[in-house]
Design a protein around this ligand. Structure first.
Ligand code: TXA
Ligand code: MG
Length: 339
C-alpha cells in the first residue's frame, strides 16, 4: 500500500473522512501525539489498528469525540465528576475512563466494561472527527513499544506501507500522551500522568485523586494493571537506557568514567558543554513543558545516531514532570541508578 502524506487542507480532510467511513485507517495530528484513527463503531476497522501497530489485543483504545453529543456513542452514564472535568479540560489532553456505551465496538474496549474517551483540541483532529461523523478510536501512531510519534515524519517511519494516509499537522505542541483518569470506580484514579496534572484534576473535582501504582513502579509478575497499557515495555529506543538520579555534578562524574564508543548522554538543554560524550537534549532542567515536548523526538534521535548505551538525566516527579518521568522510566525498562 502506498502511504500518502498530505497537508490538512479541506480536500485532504474530506479524503481522510471518506477512508475512515469506509473502514480504513488514517494518521492524524492531535495536540499530544499523532493518533492512528479508525471508526470506533466498526469492529473490523478497529482490528486493523491492532494489526498495523502490532499492539497486544488486551490493550484498549481511546475514542476521540468532537462534541458532547458524541459522548453517548462511547460511554454509558456520565457521573457529575466527569461533567466537571469535561467543562474544565475539554477540548484538551485529558482522557476519562467511564462505563462503556452500547455503540462503541467491543474491540475498542478490549473486553473491559469501561471505555476511554477524550475530546482533542487540535483543529485538524476536530475537523476529521466532524467530517467522519463518528467517534474515532486512536492509539498513538507508532509501532507498539516504540516512542510515540510527535511529527508526521515519525509516523511515516513506523507506518509507511501500512496505512493509506497521514495528515501532516506539524509538530505536536504537548508531546506526551493525554492524562488518563478513571472515573469508573468508587474513587478517581490517575492511570497515566500527562500535561493535565493530578493537582489540576483534584482542584477541578474538589476531591482527592489516587495515583495508580503502575505510574511510577514496575508491576510485579502476575500483577494486573488498571490501565493495560502501563504493563508493557514502552517508548523504548533501540539503545539501553539508564536513568541517573542525582545532582548534575554527580551525573558529570559518572559520565566521565563511563564514556565509551556508542555511549550517549540524554541531558537537559545547556548541559552539553560540560559533558565528555555525545549529547541529545530534551529541554531545560527547570522546564517540564519543554521536556514533555522534546522527549519522544530525543529518543528517536538517539536511534538515528546509533546510540548503544544511554544515560539519562532524571526529571522531577511532580506536575507535568511526572508525565515525563513516567515515559522515561518505561523507555529505561525501570533501570534507575542513584549517583
Ligand atoms: O494523547 C493520547 O491519549 C493519544 C492521542 C492519539 O490521543 N492516544 C494514546 O493512545 O496515547 P494509546 O492507545 O497509546 O494509549 C491509551 C491508554 C493505554 O495506556 C490504555 O491501556 C489506556 O489508555 N486505556 C484505554 N482504555 C482504557 C480502559 N477502558 N480502562 C483503562 N485504561 C484504558
Ligand atoms: Mg501509545
Amino acid at each position: 500500500m502506498k502511504t500518502e502524506l498530505l497537508a490538512p487542507r479541506p480536500d485532504a480532510i474530506e479524503k481522510a473522512a471518506g477512508i475512515l467511513r469506509a473502514g480504513g485507517l488514517v494518521a492524524i495530528p492531535t495536540e499530544t501525539v499523532y493518533g492512528l484513527a479508525a471508526n470506533a463503531l466498526d469492529g473490523a476497522a478497529v482490528r486493523a489498528i491492532f494489526a498495523a501497530k502490532g499492539r497486544p489485543q488486551d490493550n484498549p483504545l481511546i475514542s476521540h469525540i468532537a462534541s458532547m453529543d458524541m459522548l453517548g456513542m462511547v460511554t454509558g452514564s456520565v457521573p457529575p465528576q466527569a461533567q466537571r472535568l469535561a467543562e474544565a479540560f475539554w477540548p484538551g489532553p485529558l482522557t476519562m475512563v467511564l462505563p462503556r456505551g452500547a455503540a462503541v465496538a467491543r474491540e475498542v474496549c478490549a473486553g473491559l466494561e469501561t471505555a476511554a474517551v477524550r475530546m482533542p483540541s487540535h483543529p485538524v483532529a476536530q475537523a476529521v472527527i466532524r467530517a467522519a461523523g463518528v467517534p474515532l478510536a486512536a492509539p498513538s501512531a507508532n509501532l507498539s513499544g516504540s516512542p510515540s510519534p510527535t511529527t508526521a515524519a515519525d509516523v511515516l517511519a513506523d507506518m509507511e506501507g501500512k496505512i493509506p494516509l497521514i495528515l501532516d499537522g506539524g509538530a505536536c505542541s504537548v508531546g506526551v500522551e493525554s492524562t488518563v483518569i478513571s472515573l469508573a470506580g468508587a474513587q478517581p484514579v490517575l492511570l497515566r500522568p500527562g500535561y493535565i496534572t493530578k493537582e489540576q484534576l483534584e482542584d477541578a473535582m474538589g476531591c482527592a485523586v489516587a495515583l495508580s501504582d503502575a505510574v511510577l513502579h514496575k508491576l510485579k509478575d502476575g500483577e494486573s494493571a488498571a490501565s493495560p497499557g502501563m504493563k508493557y515495555k514502552h517508548y523504548a529506543p533501540k539503545a539501553d537506557v539508564t536513568i541517573l538520579k542525582g545532582s548534575f555534578d554527580a551525573y558529570k562524574e559518572y559520565m566521565k568514567s563511563h564514556c565509551a564508543d556508542g555511549v550517549y548522554a540524554l541531558c537537559f538543554t545547556g548541559e552539553e558543554p560540560a559533558l565528555p560524550c555525545p549529547c541529545v537534549t530534551y529541554g531545560r532542567a527547570d522546564k517540564p513543558d519543554e521536556q514533555a515536548h522534546a522527549l519522544f523526538s530525543a529518543l528517536r534521535e538517539l536511534d538515528a545516531r546509533g546510540a548503544k548505551t544511554v544515560f539519562a538525566r532524571c526529571p522531577a516527579q511532580e506536575g507535568v514532570a511526572m508525565a515525563v518521568y513516567n515515559r522515561l522510566l518505561r523507555a529505561a525498562a525501570f533501570r534507575v541508578v542513584e549517583v
